[in-house]
Design a protein around this ligand. Structure first.
Ligand SMILES: [Zn+2]
Ligand SMILES: [Zn+2]
Length: 415
């Protein structure tokens, strides 16, 4: 029997990779415009990192992690998200000494054992940023504006920013009590997951996908109405700067984000297109995380963006997600000219021109067919006569136009 890819994984095929490269390149470019530097971290980490850095009470750590003992019996976990590993690397490598703010971005794959659906996989890809060292509201807006720039670079429309404040350790506990007192009498009307969340992570009940339409959730007290004065000030300054920069937003008190370590600003970019409606990107401030992982108290803010969802969104907005990249030149050769064809291709390739020649010992006709299949822009026929006289015909494949040129000027012609 043929072996298949594990459930929840996928192959990204040659006709799909140009779209991936397009968004990754645009993301790197945008990050560099904002002076963020790339960081890469390991695919697996010690399990404890995620228990502490994502939070023992989260759905991710409780149910969704790929955890396994290594051969020495240590518990390892495939990363379920990017931030914990980045912060671990930040602490371990003493990046704090580089000064603040530290601006990092990443592009990586994550693993979560969860229910699959449209754009949801068990191995999935994220691009994200972490801005470490600033507690200023303007740092939150820095990331939000970066995302606006990125979507603009990609030509994406109808992506809406939803923003909220979920308070800080000073005002969160009092609100948690108010929320739980409100929810307690209604618990049996909520879904099973929410009943389970009530004790370990009651805030998550507010963004439950199953209960979101119920009046219990709609009328629940929200943290944004119970902020301490520092949190309120921070929130107001974020909104003022967004206003000043003409960056649109909607305040949504039900946005809480899934991870334990968030505080104050949380936000999501949500698609408004029918068919792909959903969160493309989520982020927020996590002032307590670095201390939680053993560093000194350091504020930080970040986001992660789902690449699969982003590509679905681009597709639904009818973006030309080009297929296989075309080749500049096909060199049609014969058994007695194959060595020279290879030499010419080698020289052109070294000059940045993509070129292809016959690797299959095919007939003239079969080579023509192949040149069309790889979408060669130009073609030359390299026979013994052409080699001797250096006179060749450069054929433009799109309309068949032919030009007589000297073999030595081929490179200049194609450049
Ligand atoms: Zn507060
Ligand atoms: Zn629920």
């Amino acid at each position: 029997m043929q072996i298949k890819a594990p459930k929840g994984t996928k192959d990204i095929l040659p006709e799909q990779t140009p779209a991936w490269q397009l968004v990754e390149t645009a993301f790197c470019k945008t990050c560099h415009n904002y002076n963020f530097q790339e960081i890469r971290t390991p695919t697996f980490e010690q399990t404890e990192l995620f228990q502490r850095g994502v939070g023992d009470t989260t759905d991710i750590v409780q149910k969704e992690m790929y955890t396994f003992p290594d051969k020495a019996g240590r518990s390892m976990t495939l990363r379920p998200e990017g931030t914990a590993g980045v912060i671990r690397a930040y602490l371990e490598n003493g990046l704090a000494s580089a000064g603040t703010p530290l601006k990092l971005y990443y592009i990586l794959n994550n693993f979560r054992y969860e229910k699959m659906g449209k754009g949801r996989y068990r191995e999935f890809n994220q691009m994200g940023c972490e801005l470490i060292g600033s507690s200023e509201p303007t740092a939150d807006v820095e990331l939000i504006s970066l995302l606006y720039s990125f979507f603009q670079n990609l030509g994406l429309k109808n992506i809406k920013l939803k923003i909220n404040s979920i308070g800080c350790p000073n005002c969160k506990p009092a609100y948690a009590k108010i929320l739980k007192d409100y929810l307690r009498p209604h618990l049996n009307e909520l879904c099973e997951d929410c009943q389970d969340r009530f004790d370990r992570n009651p805030f998550r009940i507010l963004d439950c996908k199953i209960d979101c339409d119920s009046d219990i959730i709609k009328n629940a007290p929200l943290q944004k109405d119970y902020l301490c004065s520092d949190c309120q000030k921070h929130h107001n300054r974020v909104l003022e700067q967004l206003d000043e920069m003409d960056l649109e937003y909607e305040i949504d008190g039900h946005i809480v984000r899934g991870l334990d370590y968030y505080s104050r600003t949380v936000f999501e970019f949500v698609s408004e297109n029918v068919g792909t409606q959903g969160t493309i990107c989520g982020g927020g401030r996590y002032d307590g995380l670095i201390e939680e992982l053993g560093g000194s108290s350091t504020p930080a803010v970040g986001f992660a963006l789902g690449v699969e969802r982003l590509l679905l969104e681009m597709e639904s907005q009818n973006h030309e997600l080009a297929g296989i990249a075309p080749t500049d030149l096909y060199i049609l050769s014969f058994p007695d000219t194959i060595n020279q064809a290879a030499k010419i291709a080698y020289q052109l390739r070294n000059q940045g021109i993509s070129a292809e020649y016959d690797l299959m010992n095919r007939s003239f006709k079969a080579q023509m067919k192949y040149a069309n299949r790889i979408k060669a822009k130009y073609l030359i026929v390299l026979g013994a006569d052409e080699l001797k006289t250096k006179k060749i015909k450069l054929k433009r494949m799109v309309d068949g136009f032919e030009e007589d040129i000297n073999l030595d000027s081929l490179q200049a012609k194609l450049k």
